[in-house]
Design a protein around this ligand. Structure first.
Ligand code: DMJ
Length: 471
């Protein structure tokens, strides 16, 4: 893996522990990082990850087949987009992971389910952003993995149903919800991440169909956000997409609900060579680094500030921002990428598993839930590939894998936690669709060296869908 090696969201990797503060009162803490012990062989870890994936997939098949998400503790299921309107979300999320893991019979089952059962003519409002990153991305990755034409046809049908969310908007920024049957749009108050995380999926659809409309509407939405940056080159979180006015004043950095907007500006450049997107990414990232990049207890974080003045709002950090270490590496900011990943590693060491949100000035927990999220593993994979295969990132990812097994593993797979501060930690009852698309894919790619993946030339979306690099 050389200078052009890439992993999630990238074409060009080269494009580019100190004290933990005061303990949170009353909360159990693992104060010392565990001494690293030698890892099992990569092949052993990869085989175990694959077996664990299959165990959860079998539970989904047994208890939730065709429904959106498995509830592994109760042995039931739930829909993600609209009550009583299942779209087999977990199946679609899983397609390219099944391919990478060589689970070909399971992949064939999933493809057959889509061909026979996926009806997109649904009279209910669907969240546009989630539909694009999970469903459209999943169908495209499934098509690229299998060459199955029906998956691409479904992807195009889905995108065509979603287009009015963009085209009915006076600003080009999408409405937050759209009825897949009628095309009726709703909820003009939209978050920046939801407005601007669609370039990769819509752009890839343009590439595959030869119709550049999809890429153009995505770029227009991304540009509309960029044009609303403050004099400090910062953006806030929420916009009324009909009036174009900001409904919020805080720049949260690479945290939700803005996070993947930044990610897709760089990705859009990497995937499609669009230099406008790169310029926008550079301008906004430079502002984040000069206004929000912060040091506390020897760790690096992003403080939240007022986007027009740069005035401090708070020092909360979200687990979701852990993906950003990978983007920094892709942008050629390897030092900052390592520093940021180190900061998240310190949280993992401290709490044994990630809380959703904490205050980095004293490391107290703000939200003690754990949503089985993939962002830290994502960045481990990105840095592993960008570094030419440094074992450090495998060790870190394995640490999270073990933590996940220790805290979230149940008879029917893996579940979220509702409170990591209790002993035992309090189990929730959900295997999110993204777990089948992201977490286990990243672990498997880190350890398997599978010949089905091009470790030098690839692209994974924000939802972990492999849009380039399937072999
Ligand atoms: C996933 O759906 C995607 O990674 C998205 O970009 C934000 N995070 C969730 C999982 O945490």
């Amino acid at each position: 893996m050389g200078g052009r090696a890439i992993s999630r969201r990238r074409f060009l990797a080269g494009l580019a522990g100190a004290g933990l503060g005061v303990a949170a009162a009353g909360i159990w803490l693992a104060r010392r990082a565990p001494t690293p012990s030698p890892l099992p062989s990569p092949a052993t870890i990869a085989a175990e990850v694959r077996a664990e994936y299959l165990r959860a997939w079998d539970a989904y098949k047994r208890l939730a087949w065709g429904h959106d998400e498995l509830r592994p503790v109760s042995g039931t299921h739930q829909e993600f987009f609209a009550p009583n309107h299942p779209v087999g979300l977990t199946i679609i999320e899983a397609l390219d992971t099944l391919y990478l893991m060589g689970l070909d019979d399971e992949l064939a089952l999933g493809v057959r389910w889509v061909e026979d059962n996926l009806n997109l003519d649904i009279d209910a409002p669907f969240q546009v952003f989630e539909t694009i990153i999970r469903m459209l991305g999943g169908l495209l990755a499934g098509h690229l993995a299998t060459k199955n034409a029906a998956l691409l046809t479904k992807a195009k049908e889905l995108a065509d149903r979603l287009l009015p969310a963009f085209t009915k908007s006076p600003t080009g920024m999408p409405y937050r919800y759209l009825n897949l049957h009628s095309g009726a749009v709703s909820v003009p108050a939209n978050f920046v991440a939801e407005i601007g995380t669609n370039l990769s999926e819509l752009g890839m659809l343009s590439r595959l169909t030869g119709d550049d409309r999809y890429f153009r509407i995505a770029k227009r939405a991304a540009q509309a956000v960029y044009e609303r940056r403050s004099a400090l080159d910062l953006i806030a979180t929420t916009i009324d997409i009909e009036t174009g006015r900001w409904l919020s004043t805080v720049s949260v950095g690479p945290q939700p609900p803005v996070d993947s907007y930044y990610e897709y500006l760089l990705d859009g450049y990497q995937l499609f060579g669009d230099t406008d997107l790169l310029a926008w990414f550079r301008t906004l990232t430079a502002a984040l680094q000069s206004r929000q990049w912060d040091t506390e207890g020897g760790r690096k974080w992003y403080r939240r500030v007022l986007f027009q003045t740069g005035t401090l709002v708070d020092n909360h950090e979200s687990e979701l921002a852990a993906f950003w270490a990978g983007s920094l590496a892709e942008a050629g900011m390897k030092k900052e990428a390592d520093e940021y990943l180190d900061s998240f590693t310190s949280v993992l060491d401290r709490y044994g598993i990630f809380p959703e949100e904490w205050d980095y000035t004293d490391m107290s927990i703000v939200d003690g839930g754990h949503q089985l999220r993939p962002e830290y593993a994502d960045s481990c994979l990105a840095l592993f590939v960008a570094s030419g295969g440094s074992e450090l990132y495998r060790q870190r990812a394995y640490r999270l894998y073990q933590a996940m097994k220790a805290t979230c593993r149940v008879e029917n797979g893996y579940t979220i936690l509702t409170d990591i501060t209790t002993r035992p930690m309090t189990l929730g009852d959900l295997t999110p669709g993204y777990w089948f698309s992201e977490n286990m894919k990243y672990f498997y790619l880190l350890f398997s060296s599978t010949p089905r993946f091009d470790y030098r030339h690839n692209y994974l979306t924000t939802e972990g869908k492999v849009l380039v690099g399937l072999k």
